[in-house]
Design a protein around this ligand. Structure first.
Ligand code: C2O
Length: 539
């Protein structure tokens, strides 16, 4: 194994997009940020220096960080943020993971511009489960805003109003030809006729699930969230915030220029969204000149296409999913509304004298401010959190309608869910459909999980498990809860520490659609996780 040293300096830089010059927060002045390359088994040492104006921390999305929560990164969960002028060195070993992962700021909305790809190759001499492609390209899908992310955060979190929507989507930071003043920067991927390339697609957007397609070309999905899948052919894919999808594409069309395009898959009813389209160009070398062809993308609300794509995927994991579980939980995920005491206050910008909130099992997570959950746990600081997160018995309510009014009003608190180390856990995530039905891309830190089943309507614990895929379920770290439906995941609680579980739509996360799993083996954190590094930031 190799050691990799990286310096990340978080600082503002000037970029021009859509005819406007903006100062944005970056890593090393790059937007998107630097791509990290490593191999499975390598040791990473990444020094992050905060030369920007805001508190910040960096999360290595999808890395398991076994017994090493200190390297995970979410602010106020496993560490205090790095304050302006401060620095912190993330040290971790990549253990049995390969594929496309990424990194992003995990403080407020700062990941709007602070993100990059993290590519992990197999160990030397260990092949892909498909023939090695001739070349490969990371494609970071993003959302571009015309306002500072901290202003956007204030809008949603502090006023309880719906989020501002993006003004463009981007591929590798560029909106592309269909927007004004963007043609010059349009990203081109050059290929030779006949060769097969690997695209590593990452949805780093804040709030939007996206459809992605390439004109005239078929894609073969071979991995998702850094876990291999059985090859699956498709013309269009759906990717939620936080997810990654690897596809093989063969340049088997008449030499020319073809657009890759992405635009919204939008499931929330009556919500404003950005319905523009971002493009990049797949360009055959030595092509005759031609105008690029646009692919046909599904309608923004085409849940049938999205569901068909996701539910076709089969996993290629060497590890088998367990058939029996020790813990079975129902986590209901969704929005809510909190009544304002003063409907005229600036913090009351939701519908009819309310403000928006979001919750799991009607609990809206409030993060501590004077320490992080993990630091409080490790040091035994009382009063920071409780572990009485309430499980919901399945089918207590009909989430497809007539949800009791009490569940529209989430209760704020800092409740974690305690799991016994080593237990086999099943969690069914159920969209509550309160306020609106919506696809919530749920992400779990510290684990990846098998996706054993999903469906629409209420999860039925008597009939639905009979249809679970316990043979070859895909492995992921972020999975969409279907709009008005449910998804069932399974994982072994084999990573002690505190691990964030949240919706990867940042407005929902900051409205409280989150909890944390506290995995404990009974001997206390000082025996089960590595000691905190001396430079771990304090609040
Ligand atoms: Cu990619 Cu907790 O996030």
């Amino acid at each position: 194994s190799e050691n990799h040293y990286h310096q990340f300096v978080v600082r503002t830089a000037t970029v021009k997009r859509l005819c406007k010059t903006r100062n944005i927060l970056t890593v090393n002045g790059q937007f998107p940020g630097p791509t990290i390359y490593a191999r499975d088994g390598d040791n990473m040492v990444i020094k992050v220096t905060n030369a920007g104006p805001y508190n910040i921390s960096i999360h290595w999305h999808g890395f398991r960080m076994l017994r090493n929560p200190w390297a995970d990164g979410p602010s106020y969960v496993t560490q205090c943020p790095i304050q302006p002028g401060g620095s912190y060195t993330y040290r971790f070993t990549i253990q049995n993971q390969e594929g496309t992962l990424w990194w992003h700021a995990h403080t407020g909305f700062l990941r709007a511009t602070v993100y990059g790809a993290f590519i992990v190759y197999p160990k030397l001499g260990s092949p892909y489960p498909f023939s090695t492609p001739r070349r490969e390209f990371p494609i970071l899908l993003g959302e571009w805003f015309d306002r500072d992310p901290m202003a956007l955060l204030r809008q949603t979190q502090f006023t309880g109003a719906p989020p501002n929507v993006s003004v463009a989507y981007t591929m590798n930071g560029q909106p592309g030809d269909l927007y004004r003043c963007s043609s010059q920067g349009t990203v081109r991927f050059q290929v030779y006729a006949g060769e097969t390339i690997l695209l590593r697609i990452i949805n780093s957007g804040l709030n939007q699930e996206l459809f992605f397609s390439i004109a005239n070309h078929r894609m073969t999905v071979v991995a998702m969230d850094a876990a291999y899948t059985k090859p699956s052919n498709t013309r269009v894919l759906m990717i939620g915030p936080g997810q990654t999808i690897n596809v093989l594409v063969t340049a088997d069309q008449p030499p020319g220029r073809y657009y890759m395009a992405a635009r919204a898959y939008q499931t929330a009813m009556n919500a404003a969204f950005d319905n523009t389209t971002t493009t990049a160009i797949l360009e055959y070398k030595n092509r005759p000149f031609s105008r690029p062809i646009l692919p046909v993308l599904p309608a923004f609300n085409d849940t049938a296409t999205s569901t068909a794509f996701t539910s076709r995927i089969r996993g290629l994991s060497k590890i088998k999913v367990f058939q029996n579980f020790d813990v079975s939980l129902l986590f209901t995920v969704g929005l809510g509304l909190i009544n304002c005491t003063n409907p005229n206050s600036p913090r009351c910008q939701g519908p009819n004298g309310t403000r928006f909130a979001a919750s799991i099992n009607n609990n809206s997570l409030v993060l501590p401010r004077t320490t992080s959950l993990m630091q409080a746990y490790y040091q035994g600081v009382p009063g920071v959190f409780t572990t009485d997160f309430p499980p919901v018995p399945p089918i207590q309510f009909n989430y497809t309608g007539n949800v009791p009014r009490g569940l529209w009003t989430p209760i704020k608190g800092t409740k974690l869910f305690k799991l016994k180390y080593g237990s086999n856990v099943q969690i069914v995530l159920q969209d509550t459909s309160i306020v609106t039905i919506e696809d919530h891309p749920m992400h779990v830190h510290g684990f990846h999980f098998f996706v054993v089943g999903s469906g629409f309507g209420n999860f039925n614990p008597r009939t639905d498990p009979a249809r679970f895929n316990l043979v070859d379920p895909p492995v992921r770290n972020t999975i969409g809860t279907p709009p008005g439906g449910w998804v069932a995941i399974r994982f072994k609680a084999d990573n002690p520490g505190i691990w964030f579980l949240h919706c990867h739509i940042d407005s929902h996360l900051n409205w409280g659609l989150a909890t944390a799993l506290l995995v404990e083996n009974g001997v206390g954190p000082s025996q089960s996780v590595i000691p905190p590094p001396p430079d771990l930031p304090q609040c």
